[in-house]
Write a protein that binds this ligand. Structure first.
Ligand SMILES: [Zn+2]
Length: 345
């Protein structure tokens, strides 16, 4: 595992508050790019100069933000009410360790112990509170303010051939894009965008694409992986992706249908270069920055290459390091072979 992947995942950057992640990325790419710009939304935009062999304007995007929570208010017992930032399943929250606000105040999300917790009631986020050890509203208010971000308190660790931690979605994509930028130049100028606020509605990417106006876009993502034994009563036993089976090429999700020419190009390159790859099973769930990029500037042929992650949007997601390496290999090879002819109808 690279130090940079660890630093990126451990950095806290809940949507709209991506500064710590942005600083790491700027340091990592500065010596390899030109035209660095931080736009009005906070996206990092830069150009990796190419050899000029291919006359194409190519955009590659990865989002900097992560899902988390936000302080809503305080109860008289000193606990904190909160809202979700991005898609979170409230059922995974009770008992979770969190860090509150810019001072990273440690806390835990409350739950009734098993001795008292006999009801089958489902967990609603409005019933949950964060306990930071404060005993009054006043002392809780000294520690945090409404609007403060709350992040999962979790660090990246290596587990055999995998890593486990928070925010692999999409710091793994950021780390892969950084590795690609630091490598050999491509035949074209690569316009990179490290975007903000993906998890709350693909917002940074919309603005980034408007400025870049690319001919083609690639989005580096992570995606759900649910490859463990499933409920046999489920009518559809399709596995969305499998851990360790290679980066997943998205064909269709809720936000877009990938450009067929780019999907074919990726598959042809992967087969020629013997790079493991898989398809994310097509479904009307999930979305990525490609959802907004492909609808910008009169339309942009776009495709998503994503690393499967178990327990996505949790403090402990798990990703295969070989999938991560193969995502970089696949995109490098695909970009080296990309020409205007790739888009011929
Ligand atoms: Zn993501």
């Amino acid at each position: 595992m690279t130090t940079l992947l660890r630093e990126l995942c451990d950095a806290i950057g809940v949507s709209g508050d991506e500064d710590a992640v942005r600083d790491l990325i700027l340091n990592a790419i500065r010596d390899h790019v030109t035209d660095i710009r931080i736009d009005a939304m906070g996206n990092v935009l830069a150009v990796r100069r190419g050899t000029g062999a291919a006359d194409l304007r190519v955009m590659a995007a990865a989002h900097m933000d992560e899902v988390g929570l936000m302080v809503k208010g305080f109860d008289s017992d000193g606990t904190i009410r909160f809202a979700a930032v991005g898609g979170l399943d409230p059922r995974i929250l009770p008992g979770t360790r969190v860090l509150v606000g810019p001072d990273r105040v440690p806390g835990v999300i409350n739950w009734a112990p098993i001795h008292l917790n006999s009801s089958e009631r489902t967990v609603g986020i409005e019933r949950l509170r964060i306990d930071i050890g404060a005993s009054s509203r006043d002392s809780a208010q000294d520690a945090a303010s409404p609007g403060d971000r709350i992040a999962f308190d979790s660090h990246l660790v290596e587990l055999g051939p995998t890593v486990r931690g928070k925010a692999l979605d999409d710091r793994a994509g950021c780390a892969a894009l950084i590795a690609l930028v630091q490598g050999e130049p491509f035949p074209f100028d690569l316009h990179v965008a490290f975007t903000v606020q993906e998890e709350v509605g693909l917002r940074g990417a919309r603005v980034a694409a408007q400025r870049i106006q690319p001919d083609i876009a690639f989005v580096l993502e992570t995606t759900a992986c649910h490859d463990l034994p499933q409920d046999p009563d489920e009518p559809d036993q399709t596995t969305i992706t499998r851990l360790g089976a290679g980066p997943a090429i998205t064909v269709m999700d809720r936000s877009m249908i990938s450009d067929q020419r780019l999907v074919r190009h990726l598959v042809a390159v992967a087969e020629a270069e013997n790079i493991p790859h898989q398809f994310r099973s097509p479904q009307h769930a999930g979305g990525t920055d490609a959802g907004t990029i492909h609808l910008s500037s009169g339309g942009v042929p776009s495709v998503v290459v994503a690393n499967p992650c178990r327990y996505l949007h949790s403090p402990q997601s798990i990703m295969s390091l070989s999938d991560f390496e193969n995502q970089i290999r696949l995109l490098r090879a695909a970009w080296m072979a990309l020409t205007p002819a790739t888009l011929e109808r």
